[in-house]
Design a protein around this ligand. Structure first.
Ligand SMILES: Nc1nc2c(ncn2[C@@H]2O[C@H](COP(=O)(O)OP(=O)(O)OP(=O)(O)O)[C@@H](O)[C@H]2O)c(=O)[nH]1
Ligand SMILES: [Mg+2]
Length: 338
């Protein structure tokens, strides 16, 4: 999965416990070695704690995807599900906290050297660091929620893609299995309860991706909520052609007129070439429809190869994606530490 490497994001309390526990172990003297041996126990404790915070925060930031490099499809999905601006703000706060803690560590090590009572200077430094960390608590919680949502997104590649649409039972899954060989894997997809099926096939050494999103592209648009409509927008970012499968035998349980209405709506919402085919050509009730280009049967295999060839011709050339570097906005003000 694309967001798999984002680990659980710790809470501020977990971070504080971890850092201060590690720091107090330093106090026992065991970890003071080598170049650090010139440091006093107090200095060493403070620097150890500060390093643990900055390392942990930097790791969280690094493991989130770089939004500039994210494909437009994932960018859009991330925006729908958690909000790209909100993510950038939260990561920006972590970045800020990390730098601030580093500064506090250095500043107070300086103070300790001059202080009569270095213990109390260390305590003051720990207090400041703890309040910096507490001030980003909501950011850490938000990032952990975002992580839990994003890691469930299916692996959708950037290869040329065929999107399969059509009313339930028209034969979408049968078509996908037929052209991708073995039964393709169903991955969870936050927009439909039935998940998404992503299969692959090769032609002339090119890998193609076939995507079936049951529950998303199989009913009138008016029945969709905003999030589902946005998920459709995200699909528009793929280099894809859409295959709309009709079942003129009506054995799927939906009338031809309803199926034609769906086609009209799909044409309105999809910014990609669309191929309309009639499936179940083997059935006795099958009839040829006027505006349908090809007739197929996933059972006899009739027309399948021609449909694949036609779709491959229709898939547009990859869109050029310009990579941009990430910049994190600064929080508007120091979130209130003393
Ligand atoms: N006679 C005939 N039956 C077919 C054909 N293709 C699919 N079917 C049957 O139609 C039924 C539905 O097929 P599916 O492939 O599950 O349809 P679907 O569009 O994926 O359905 P949902 O996932 O519910 O949206 C199954 O019983 C299939 O065996 C065909 O070409 N001819
Ligand atoms: Mg299906």
């Amino acid at each position: 999965m694309i967001f798999e490497k984002i680990h659980t994001v710790p809470t501020s309390e977990e971070l504080i416990n971890k850092a201060f526990k590690r720091a107090s172990r330093t106090m026992s003297g065991k970890t003071i070695t080598g170049k650090d041996s010139r440091l006093s126990a107090n200095e060493s404790m403070l620097l150890t704690a500060a390093n643990i915070f900055t390392d942990n925060l930097a790791n969280v930031v690094r493991r989130f995807p770089s939004f500039g490099n994210l494909s437009p499809f994932y960018y859009e999905l991330t925006d729908i599900l958690v909000g790209v601006e909100e993510l950038k703000m939260a990561l920006g706060s972590l970045d800020w906290a990390s730098r601030k803690i580093h500064e506090v560590g250095r500043e107070y090590v300086g103070k300790m050297r001059k202080a009569d009572n270095p213990d109390s200077v260390r305590k003051e430094a720990f207090g400041r660091i703890a309040s910096i960390i507490k001030s980003i608590d909501k950011d850490l919680i938000f990032l952990n929620k975002a992580r839990n949502i994003l890691r469930k997104l299916p692996e959708v590649g950037e290869e040329p893609t065929i999107i399969v649409a059509g009313y339930p039972n028209v034969g979408k899954s049968s078509f996908v299995s037929k052209i991708t060989g073995a039964s393709p894997e169903v991955a969870p997809y936050p927009f439909t309860t039935k998940g998404v099926t992503i299969g692959h096939f090769y032609r002339d050494n090119v890998r193609y991706q076939v995507m079936d999103t049951p529950g998303l592209l199989d009913r009138p648009m008016s029945e969709r909520n905003d999030i589902e409509l946005q998920a459709i927008t995200a699909i528009n970012h793929l280099d894809a052609a859409l295959l709309l499968i009709m079942d003129p035998s009506e054995s799927c349980g939906y009338e031809i007129q309803d199926q034609k209405n769906l086609l009209e709506e799909i044409k309105e919402h999809f910014d990609m070439p669309i191929l309309v085919v009639s499936n179940k050509a083997d059935r006795p009730e099958f009839k040829k429809l006027g505006d349908v280009e090809m007739n197929i049967s996933t059972i006899t295999g009739e027309g399948i190869e021609e449909v694949i060839e036609k779709l491959i011709e229709m898939i547009p050339e990859p869109k050029v994606v310009v990579e941009e570097a990430d910049t994190f906005p600064e929080p508007e003000q120091d979130p209130g530490y003393q």
